[in-house]
Design a protein around this ligand. Structure first.
Ligand SMILES: [Zn+2]
Length: 381
C-alpha cells in the first residue's frame, strides 16, 4: 500500500513536502510529509499497521521553526547568511542599487495580489548588452533558501566584479535580470502565519481557500497534468493561465526582453536537482542532448565545491510530470536554455534548511550559474 492510499481510508490533514502532492506518490517511493502534533500518534500507528518504514525527522517541529526565527526581530540587520524577511529584502533591493550605481539598477515590474511592489535587479556593466540571463527566486513561499540565493548571487556579482576574472568577463558582456522574490505575499505568510505555506495569497475564487500555485499558472499545457482546479489544493493552477499578477509581471517582463534573454533559471528547493524541459510531457526537447550536457557540467561545478550530488535531467522523467510551470513556458517562448534548480537538501531538514547551510548552498549554486553564463556567452549569438 502506498501512503496516499492509506490516508484515503483514514483522512488526516497531510502537508506533503516531497513530492509536493499526493498525486506524485508511487509505490516504493520515499515520501516526506508533515502532520500536526495531535495526529502524530494516529499516523504512526497507521503506518505501523501497514508495515511502512518511517523515520521522524523533527521531534519538535514548532521548536525548530521558532529557533530559526530567533534574532529575527524587526531591528535585526539584513544578512546574506541568514533568512531575511520581506521588509529587509525590500530595503536591500534599494540599497544594493544605491551602492553599485554603475552595475545594478532596480526595476519595478508589477505588484503582487496584495499590492506589494515587485522589484527586479538588473546587474551588468553595459545597459544594452545583447545577452541576458533571467533568474527568479521564491515562486514557492516556504522555500526560503531560494530568495537567499538570489540575494547571495547579487552580493557575489557586485563584490567580485573587477576582482574575479570570470565574473568580470560575464558582467562585462551580459546582464542578469534577477527577481529576488516572486511570491512576496506568500513569503510574508510563511513568516507570520504558516511556515510551510507554498502558494500565493490571492483569493479570487468563491472558495474559502486562498492562494494559487504560481508554478502551475504559466501558459503552457495549463491545467492538464499534475495541476488542480480545486482552490484548496497545494497545486491549484488558478482560474486561467497567467491569472495571477505575480505570474503576469514575470511573463510581461520576459516577453518585453525576449530578444536578449538567452537563459531562464528558476530557483526552488528542495531535493538537489537540476531540471530542464519538458515537465508537461515525456517527449524530449529538440536540444535535449545539449541541455543534458550543460546540466551535467553545472552539476559537476556544484559537486566540485562541497561534493554535493545534484541529479539532473528533464523534469517529467527526473522528478515527475507537471504543467503550467515557468521553465516549460520560457522554453516554449523561445528561450532555449531553461533550468529549474532544486537546492539543498535531500530531506533531512527540507524547507527548514539550517542557516549554517545558506553560504555553502549559495556558493555551490553560484558556480553552476557562472558555468551556464560562460556557456551562453560562448555558444549563443
Ligand atoms: Zn518550488
Amino acid at each position: 500500500m502506498c501512503i496516499n492510499q492509506l490516508f484515503v481510508f483514514h483522512p488526516v490533514q497531510i502537508d506533503f513536502w516531497y513530492p509536493d502532492s499526493a498525486l506524485h506518490i508511487v509505490n516504493q517511493m520515499e515520501v516526506d510529509f508533515h502532520v500536526s502534533g495531535d495526529q502524530t500518534k494516529n499516523v504512526e500507528s497507521l503506518m505501523e499497521q501497514n508495515g511502512m518504514h518511517y523515520e521522524i525527522l523533527f521531534q519538535n517541529l514548532q521548536e525548530d521553526i521558532e529557533n530559526q526565527l530567533v534574532d529575527k526581530s524587526s531591528t535585526g540587520k539584513h544578512s546574506y547568511t541568514k533568512y531575511n524577511d520581506w521588509r529587509k529584502i525590500s530595503a536591500w533591493t534599494a540599497r544594493i542599487e544605491k551602492r553599485n550605481p554603475a552595475l545594478v539598477s532596480r526595476i519595478h515590474i508589477g505588484n503582487t495580489f496584495e499590492n506589494r511592489p515587485m522589484y527586479l535587479l538588473k546587474v551588468g556593466k553595459q545597459s544594452d548588452a545583447k545577452k541576458a540571463i533571467f533568474i527568479d527566486c521564491g515562486i514557492h513561499a516556504r522555500e526560503w533558501i531560494s530568495p537567499a540565493f538570489c540575494q547571495w548571487f547579487l552580493k557575489k556579482a557586485t563584490r567580485t566584479y573587477g576582482k574575479d576574472t570570470n565574473m568580470t568577463y560575464i558582467l562585462d558582456n551580459m546582464n542578469f535580470y534577477i527577481l529576488p522574490l516572486v511570491n512576496i505575499d506568500g513569503y510574508i505568510w510563511s513568516w507570520t502565519q504558516d511556515r510551510f505555506w507554498r502558494k500565493s495569497r490571492s483569493n479570487t475564487s468563491d472558495s474559502a481557500c486562498a492562494g494559487v500555485d504560481l508554478n502551475r499558472n504559466f501558459d503552457v499545457a495549463w491545467g492538464t497534468v499534475d495541476a488542480s482546479k480545486n482552490p484548496c489544493q497545494e497545486i491549484y493552477c488558478g482560474t486561467s493561465p497567467e491569472s495571477e499578477p505575480e505570474t503576469k509581471a514575470v511573463t510581461t517582463f520576459i516577453r518585453n526582453h525576449l530578444s536578449s534573454i538567452k537563459a531562464y533559471l528558476t530557483i526552488h528547493s528542495y531535493s538537489q536537482m537540476l531540471l530542464f524541459p519538458y515537465g508537461y510531457t515525456y517527449e524530449k526537447t529538440p536540444n535535449h542532448d545539449e541541455l543534458n550536457e550543460l546540466a551535467k557540467g553545472a552539476a559537476q561545478a556544484i559537486a566540485s565545491l562541497y561534493g554535493k550530488h545534484y541529479n539532473y535531467g528533464p523534469s517529467a522523467a527526473t522528478i515527475y510530470p507537471s504543467s503550467g510551470c515557468s521553465d516549460d513556458w520560457a522554453y516554449k517562448l523561445g528561450i532555449k536554455y531553461s533550468f529549474t534548480f532544486e537546492l539543498r537538501d535531500k530531506g533531512r531538514y527540507g524547507f527548514l534548511l539550517p542557516e549554517s547551510q545558506i553560504k555553502p548552498t549559495c556558493e555551490e549554486i553560484t558556480l553552476a550559474v557562472k558555468f551556464i553564463a560562460s556557456y551562453i556567452l560562448s555558444h549563443t549569438s
